[in-house]
Write a protein that binds this ligand. Structure first.
Ligand SMILES: [Zn+2]
Length: 74
């Protein structure tokens, strides 16, 4: 998949990344998150399925004090 960044000639490739998000004023780190990442500029794209699943994980995390998640599918 071609990169979205203007003037970048890179091509996104699937990777597992560690991603930091702010959720309800807390910083949460997700390890093992599947994403398409551009090796040239670092642009990152999550699939809609991943975004929805991640949202569910964050909601579950909001009830605990944990700020580090491991993305698990299924
Ligand atoms: Zn790029």
């Amino acid at each position: 998949m071609k990169c979205n960044t203007p003037d970048c000639l890179g091509s996104h490739a699937p990777r597992e990344i560690s991603h930091q998000v702010i959720y309800r004023e807390r910083t949460v780190i997700i390890h093992g998150l599947p994403a398409d990442v551009c090796p040239d500029c670092g642009d990152m794209v999550l699939t809609e399925e991943t975004t929805i699943h991640l949202d569910g994980l964050l909601k579950a995390t909001a009830r605990s004090k944990s700020t580090v998640l491991t993305y698990e599918c299924g």
